[in-house]
Design a protein around this ligand. Structure first.
Ligand code: KG4
Ligand code: ZN
Length: 335
């Protein structure tokens, strides 16, 4: 059985996983950093320091769970960007030391490719496909010719969808991160209570904009004054609907423009049940079958990075010890 270790420390989750192409995920642990909640967002310095404390125990736990030592690994995959530099450096330095010390092949993985390939954890993706990547830092539509070959179809002009969820959560005084908090609050709310904007609706392109929505919600909340829990639920449901509607609209457009019959959702916002429901229905009606990763592998996790490293290394693409991190950068094809 070939075993690949994945390491993901691009933001505030310290994650390690062992993946086998034959067996799937063999061991997986993520230590979430809870300190950030009290600041209402990720504090980069705290994130990198916490990775330094947590990464070794998380690594040791998955190795123990899988009953393996470094010599049993066929490869190591590590997220080397985009993300917070201090956080990425902790994972990358650890991965390089392990690769060097044990003579294991190393592959740097683009975080967004990791999210897309989370859809391949439980079996190969059906391609050609379209992938909607919706996370805290990204909102993009890609064509996926096959793992390793991607085409950019469109993206956000300003805020990412997850960022919009987080900022609107903050405006409503809900716990961080805003995405799951808004989804929870929205369950008791009326999604038609407020008519929030769907920007770029008529742009004719597969692009998005969420900063106007965030401002519209802030102005509405200021106008409403003291908020009852019912009004919070109504604003949450209406804002969630606006985000989901905008994402669905351009997803349908991407399917219609390209004539693709397979569609994958990826990234932390894919954990949103309303998004999955609406995309499945509307993109389904446009002729594409829709799926998403197992819910635990939607938000940041090392299983997707381990899986991606198998694609890279088995195709002969790896990296040397001069591999560096990058804070920003588009996903480029390598296959
Ligand atoms: O992919 P991810 O874990 O980290 C990044 O790469 O950014 O995505 C995190 C984002 C956050 O903005 C969070 O609020 C959002 O995903 N998110 C959700 C849900 N769960 C996480 N957004 C909406 N509904 C959810 N259930
Ligand atoms: Zn992510």
């Amino acid at each position: 059985m070939r075993l690949y270790l994945g390491i993901e420390t691009s933001c505030d989750d310290t994650s390690c996983a062992i993946y086998s192409p034959e067996e799937g995920v063999v061991a997986y642990r993520t230590a979430a950093q809870l300190d950030h909640a009290k600041y209402g967002g990720v504090v980069p310095e705290i994130a990198s320091r916490t990775h330094m404390k947590t990464l070794l125990p998380v690594y040791e736990t998955v190795m123990e769970e899988a009953s393996v030592g470094p010599g049993d690994l066929a490869g190591i995959g590590v997220t080397n960007g985009p993300g917070l530099t201090g956080s990425l450096l902790v994972g990358l330095s650890f991965a390089k030391a392990l690769a060097y010390g044990s003579g294991i092949p190393l592959a740097g993985i683009h975080h967004i490719e990791g999210h897309i390939l989370a859809n391949a954890i439980d079996g190969p993706m059906e391609t050609p496909a379209i992938a909607l990547v919706v996370s805290g830092g990204h909102t993009q539509l890609f064509s996926v010719e096959r793992p390793g070959r991607y085409g950019f179809l469109g993206g956000t002009r300003d805020d990412a969808a997850g960022e919009a969820f987080d900022k609107i959560g903050k405006i409503l005084g809900l716990p961080y991160p805003g995405g799951p908090s808004i989804e929870n609050a929205a369950r008791g709310g009326n999604a038609a209570a407020f008519d929030f904007p769907r920007a770029m609706r008529n742009s004719g392109e597969c692009d998005f904009s969420f900063s106007g929505l965030k401002t519209a919600v802030r102005l509405k909340v200021e106008e409403l004054g003291a908020l009852s829990s019912q009004v919070v639920a109504d604003v949450a449901a209406s804002a969630q609907e606006a985000i989901v509607d905008a994402l669905a609209l351009k997803s349908v457009m991407a399917v219609e423009k390209t004539g693709t019959s397979r569609f994958y959702i990826a990234g932390g916002v894919a954990a949103n049940g309303r998004l999955r429901e609406v995309i499945r229905e509307r993109v389904g009606n446009a002729g594409a079958e829709v799926s998403w990763p197992p819910i635990g592998y939607c938000t940041d996790n090392a299983a997707m990075i381990a899986c991606a490293s198998w694609y890279h290394l088995s195709a002969g693409r790896g990296d040397g010890l001069d591999l560096n991190t990058f804070p920003r950068g588009e996903l480029v094809s390598w296959a």
